[in-house]
Ligand binder design. Structure first.
Ligand SMILES: Cc1ncc(C[n+]2csc(CCOP(=O)(O)OP(=O)(O)O)c2C)c(N)n1
Ligand SMILES: [Mg+2]
Length: 676
């Protein structure tokens, strides 16, 4: 039980911290945006008082009050706002990214609504632990307009997760009042109730009322009754971002502000208690705050050289690779086997995605796994890719090891915020405090009319984002070994599987093994020209290399295997040897991985090459659907032979038998028929 006086003390402390931030902000030493909660303290304090230190809390841009109410370290918070090495994120996060793992304040991020699915993922972990832990996520009225929040409410209701959505409805999203954003006849709670989530209303300026209702909600959560949504009407006194009052700029009236100011949470609390804090107590809080500011100001800045630290969690030693053996598997079977062995090895691992347990099991790659591991570890998902990616992240940072599948890469694009803003950055922006061991499988479609939205290979796009690893294995051996390496890795890894490789056969060791995520594979040695490629392109280059023998040209085929990290040492070594380079990449040309490789070869090789490096890529338009229109879209072995011959100023023998591949542009082989 938290005593009413304790609620007042906690609110007063938060108010005094934020007033001091507002006072000192113009000194320009706190050089990051600050979103102050002055006027809103009761919601934070009332909710957090109902929690145990072992419960987890998440928040957004306006998070100081939540962090402090949950027991977050004041010194580490102020040092973070001052950009100091002693800050809770070592200066990498600032005011909008506070974290204190010891206090159970897991994290805050300012992409509105984005932390909500991550908190839901943490609630999935809490549910699996079965220890009665609960999760709270603070959000604003504006966040209730974000699709990802609705996806999250749906998922939390579906799985009956132990999460409290604490919605501080302060009537505004920056300068936009509720009236211009939501229809008048519908309340914010109605939105949550529509998802089957229990709703509770409490006066967001009355800490005692919030606390009482939060305690009841938390008790229900601990007993597994499913999620609760609390709507807490309140009002921020200061400008949306920054230290000043802004009632004069026209988006809200002085009258409205004064009305809410009359309902000051601290005054309400004092009135209920018929008491105020003793001056000695106020003095003690003031001394604590003064000391924390002094420390933050005098603490050292981080070493500039540390700016690049923590982009990735440390790599693990993957151990030696076993002999290839004589057992053949298809690429799809190899992927399935990797996941099977991983699920067997780690209880904390799980597999989810649209269609995972369906009769076709993602082209055979997940067949039978639900039956073997149960519905709690292998499951289908709602059509909510964005939130589900957040769920995967939230569960990963709290100790689970998720695998998420997408039947096409194109579908994963609706979760770009979660992949790029969250998964890729969580380890970095919280200064290595949390790891994100997450594998996202994405399938690249091709042929049989996959068209503009079922065929994109955006490996270069993802590789542009520090914090992500991007791999594109080309053989069944690598599919199993690299998937296991990705799963064992503590970073978000995107596995891009080419649909046309699923039926490819190759030797795959039976044991659990890892193929390193870094480093190319020399598929075929050669001396005259380097063909650098990856994924399905390896097949075309390999065939081109065979056909080039007829011209007495010895081509070396280099399989990138990993797009990020990109290991240039293999490529440079190969090009130094051959003096000639063609990059073959089934993706857009501009700003693609082919451009990156050519740039790095230019930077990395001092001597003149024997010919100008070139590249074969898709044309600069989306892949059309009609088989006639897509006939020339992808690079074939013939295109490669022709391009190689140009490097040698030699003509092509068009009568050569291998030059006709009628089915090739639309099917990987004649037996592989659509739809797929
Ligand atoms: C996805 C996204 N869009 C826009 C913004 C810019 N932005 C920052 S805070 C904010 C308002 C959020 O309103 P609300 O959720 O009610 O929280 P409040 O600021 O009122 O506490 C906006 C639009 C953002 N950070 N993220
Ligand atoms: Mg708001």
């Amino acid at each position: 039980m938290t005593a009413p006086l304790e609620l007042l003390r906690s609110m007063t402390r938060i108010r005094m911290v934020e007033e001091e931030i507002a006072k000192r902000y113009p000194q320009q030493q706190m050089r990051c945006p600050v979103h102050l909660s002055i006027g809103q303290e009761a919601a934070a304090v009332g909710v957090c008082a109902a929690l145990q230190p072992s419960d987890w809390a998440f928040s957004g841009h306006r998070n100081h009050a939540h962090y402090l109410a949950k027991g977050g370290n004041l010194k580490a918070m102020l040092a973070e706002i001052y950009g100091k090495a002693t800050g809770c994120c070592g200066g990498k996060g600032g005011s909008m990214h506070l974290t204190d793992q010891t206090a159970g304040f897991i994290g805050a991020t300012p992409i509105v609504g984005s932390t909500v699915p991550i908190a839901v993922g943490a609630a999935l972990t809490a549910q699996r632990e079965g220890k009665g832990r609960v999760v709270v996520v603070f959000l604003g009225d504006g966040a209730m307009e974000a699709g990802v929040v609705h996806e999250s409410l749906n998922f939390a209701a579906l799985k009956k997760l132990p999460i409290l959505f604490a919605c501080e409805n302060n009537l505004y999203s920056v300068y936009s009042p509720l009236e211009v954003r939501q229809p008048p006849q519908r309340s914010i709670s109605d939105l949550a109730a529509g998802h089957g989530v229990k709703t509770v209303q409490a006066d967001g300026n009355d800490a005692q009322e919030v606390y009482g209702k939060a305690c009841a909600a938390v008790q229900d959560l601990r007993q597994g009754a499913g999620p609760v949504f609390m709507e807490l009407p309140t009002y921020r006194w200061l400008e949306h971002c920054g230290p000043g009052y802004d009632n004069d700029i026209g988006y809200r009236t002085e009258g409205e502000f004064q009305e809410w100011k009359q309902r000051d949470p601290l005054v309400i609390s004092s009135q209920q208690l018929s008491a105020v804090l003793e001056s000695a107590e106020i003095d003690a809080i003031r001394d604590e705050i003064e000391a924390a500011f002094s420390a933050a100001i005098s603490d050292p800045f981080p070493d500039p050289a540390s700016a690049g630290l923590h982009v990735y969690a440390p790599a693990k030693d993957t151990g030696p690779e076993p002999e290839r053996g004589t057992r053949e598997l298809t690429y799809a079977e190899a992927l399935r086997e990797a996941q099977d062995m991983y699920l067997a090895k780690y209880d904390c691992s799980y597999l989810m995605g649209l269609g995972v347990p369906d009769p076709k099991g993602i082209f055979g790659t997940t067949l039978g796994l639900q039956k073997k591991y149960g519905e709690s570890r292998v499951f289908d998902i709602p059509l909510s890719e964005n939130a589900i990616t957040g769920v995967a992240i939230g569960s990963a940072i709290t100790g689970m090891r998720p695998i998420l599948t997408h039947q096409r890469l194109d579908f994963a694009l609706v979760s770009i915020d979660q992949i790029v803003n969250q998964a890729a950055k969580w380890h970095y922006m919280f200064n290595g405090a949390m790891k994100v061991p997450l594998v996202i499988r994405m399938i690249i479609g091709r042929g049989w009319g996959q068209g503009p939205q079922h065929s994109q290979s955006l490996h270069a796009w993802f590789a542009h984002i520090p914090g992500l690893k991007v791999i594109t294995p080309s053989t069944p051996h690598d599919a199993k070994g690299m998937l296991i390496a990705a799963l064992e890795d503590d970073n978000p890894v995107l596995l891009l599987e080419h649909r046309w490789l699923h039926s490819a056969k190759g030797f795959v060791p039976k044991v659990y093994y890892s193929t390193p995520l870094e480093g190319c594979n020399i598929v075929k040695k050669g001396n005259d020209i380097s063909l650098v490629t990856h994924s399905y392109g390896v097949n075309e280059c390999r065939e081109a290399a065979i056909r080039l023998k007829k011209y007495n040209i010895s081509a070396e085929v280099v399989d990138l295997r990993s797009i990020s990290p990109l290991d240039m040492s293999f490529i440079l070594k190969s090009v130094k040897k051959t003096g000639r380079l063609i990059v073959v990449d089934d993706a857009e040309r501009s700003c693609g991985i082919s451009a990156e490789i050519l740039a790095k070869v230019t930077e990395g090789i001092e001597k003149d090459l024997l010919s100008t490096p070139s590249r074969l890529t898709c044309p600069e338009h989306p892949c059309p659907t009609s088989s006639k229109l897509s006939e020339k879209y992808y690079t074939t072995a013939s295109d490669i032979v022709l391009e190689v011959l140009k490097h040698f100023h030699r003509p092509m023998d068009f009568n050569e038998p291998g030059n006709t591949h009628d089915f090739r542009y639309d099917q990987p082989n004649p037996s592989y028929t659509g739809p797929f």
